[in-house]
Design a protein. Structure first.
Ligand code: SF4
Length: 294
């Protein structure tokens, strides 16, 4: 079995900036709290926990006057207001791609333009976007869809001007299909750069697709997507490989390889989510290469 590491890999710019800011804050020796997981990778979270970071699910768990870090996924304005009201010092690591989407949603809200968010309703990034709209726009002006089948059920009239923004880590095919359905139903649909996934997501999916297509003629292709169990962009990498006809596995680290059956695979591409440490990818590669020559 031929094993190839797909480019790009390693932390994306947003994850790297968030972790750097967290490490910088912790370097002064004070206590720092983080609202939810800083990124969806258990190794990163545990590494920061070992340096003294405390992870909480609510601002109520942070003592008055404490320092709170908001993750790369962003937060709704009501969370910022609550942090201010409690006198918390905020370290904001919201990724610039997510900030862009928040700005666009706010513009739509202030215009009174209804918005469709393409994304997973339970994801922190989507919750932040919905909260942004609800702060400045009507309560019934925003809806979340994650499948083409959701589009006919949207309550906005077909003739209305509708804005669309998306979660940054969606699969290109899924997003493309939903945007097509929205365009068909809403001739006045407004698309902007906030209707696109981020560069890191696009580049990784493109690399998976190129690898699968380049090797499909030479035998059976597999793709190993390495990343945290809750990492949306890692899940989409595995889906992208499968949608192009490859066999795909999604694993957290080298220990998960024991349960994978690679029989019949001729070419294996290894990719990783945007929050997967390089050390985990290297460990997976080493183990896979050992298996492939055994
Ligand atoms: S995956 Fe994209 S949106 Fe998320 S932190 Fe990385 S660059 Fe930013």
């Amino acid at each position: 079995m031929r094993v190839e590491v797909l480019e790009p890999h390693g932390f994306c710019s947003g994850v790297k900036a968030a972790i750097d800011k967290a490490c910088h804050a912790l370097s002064f020796g004070g206590r720092v709290w983080c609202l939810h997981e800083i990124v969806h990778n258990a190794m990163v979270v545990e590494g920061l926990r070992a340096k003294g970071m405390r992870f909480v699910e609510s601002l109520d768990e942070v003592p008055a006057g404490g320092t709170i870090l908001f993750s790369a996924h962003g937060v709704p304005p009501c969370t910022r207001a609550k942090a201010d009201a409690r006198g918390l010092t905020v370290i904001d690591t919201t990724c610039p791609f997510v900030v862009r989407a928040h700005r666009q949603v706010r513009t739509y809200a202030e215009q009174g333009t209804p918005v469709v968010v393409v994304g997973h309703v339970e994801h922190a990034e989507v919750a932040g976007l919905v909260g942004e709209y609800l702060e400045f726009g009507p309560a019934d002006g925003i809806k979340v869809v994650d499948a083409v089948a959701d589009v006919p059920a949207l309550p906005f009239p077909d003739c209305e001007r509708i804005g669309v923004v998306c979660q940054t880590t969606l699969a290109a095919d899924t997003l493309g299909g939903i945007l097509s359905a929205l365009r068909s139903r809403y001739p006045r649909l407004v698309e902007t750069s906030a209707s696109e996934t981020c560069t890191a997501t696009r580049d990784r999916q493109r690399a998976v697709r190129s690898f699968v297509r380049a090797h499909a003629q030479r035998g059976k292709v597999g793709v190993m997507a390495v990343g945290g169990a809750h990492s949306s962009n890692t899940a989409r990498l595995a889906e992208t490989a499968e949608s192009d006809g490859a066999r795909a596995w999604r694993i957290s680290g080298p220990d998960d390889l024991a349960s994978c059956d690679f029989s019949g695979i001729d070419s294996m591409g290894i990719t990783s989510g945007a929050s997967t440490p390089e050390s985990v990818l290297a460990a997976v590669c080493g183990r896979l290469r050992a298996i492939s020559v055994a």
